[in-house]
Design a protein around this ligand. Structure first.
Ligand code: RTP
Ligand code: MG
Length: 148
């Protein structure tokens, strides 16, 4: 079982897409174990996107991520990191294939609605940035055998 961090970025909230996007993860069979509504401050955004420090889009990206509330979620399931990346689609909404979240709902490179961890190692780092351990709930899915 893997866990991954998903963020619905401020554009997803502004565009009233929380429900439509979250539905994709539920429908896939992933299990939601953490969920909160957070307005990230600069310090959190810097830690979250530390890997992009120095890139031309870095400042603009931090401004975007801190511009309004985000929904932070932890999803769990078989190969959850890659499964979520596949559901999200390519970074650039214009290039993301139809059927993916970005492919269906985004056109921009920056304002691409969603973040997903890109490796199991980064997932555990990012989960610890956004969630306290006690905010992750371990609950039994009654019919879990159908999606494991
Ligand atoms: P994310 O980290 O948010 O899940 O997105 P990603 O892996 O698909 O893309 P990444 O290369 O990690 O870029 C992080 C976020 O920075 C913004 N970006 N802007 N203007 C640009 O050229 C540019 N490139 C990337 C996007 O919001 C991207 O998701
Ligand atoms: Mg990334």
């Amino acid at each position: 079982m893997q866990q991954t961090l998903i963020l619905l970025k401020p554009d997803a909230i502004q565009r009233r897409l929380i429900g439509s996007i979250t539905a994709r993860f539920e429908q896939k069979g992933l299990q939601l174990i953490g969920l909160k509504f957070v307005k990230a401050d600069r310090a959190l955004a810097e830690k979250h996107y530390a890997v992009h420090k120095g890139k031309p889009f870095y400042e603009s990206l931090l401004e975007f991520l801190t511009s309004g509330p985000t929904v932070a979620m932890v999803w769990q399931g078989r190969e959850a990191v890659q499964v979520c990346r596949n559901l999200m689609g390519l970074t650039d909404g214009a290039k993301a294939p139809p059927g993916t979240i970005r492919g269906d709902f985004a056109l921009s490179v920056q304002n691409n609605l969603i973040h997903g961890s890109d490796s199991a190692e980064n997932a555990s780092l990012e989960i610890s940035l956004w969630f306290k351990p006690e905010e992750l709930l371990n609950w039994n899915i009654v019919d879990g055998t159908w999606v494991s």
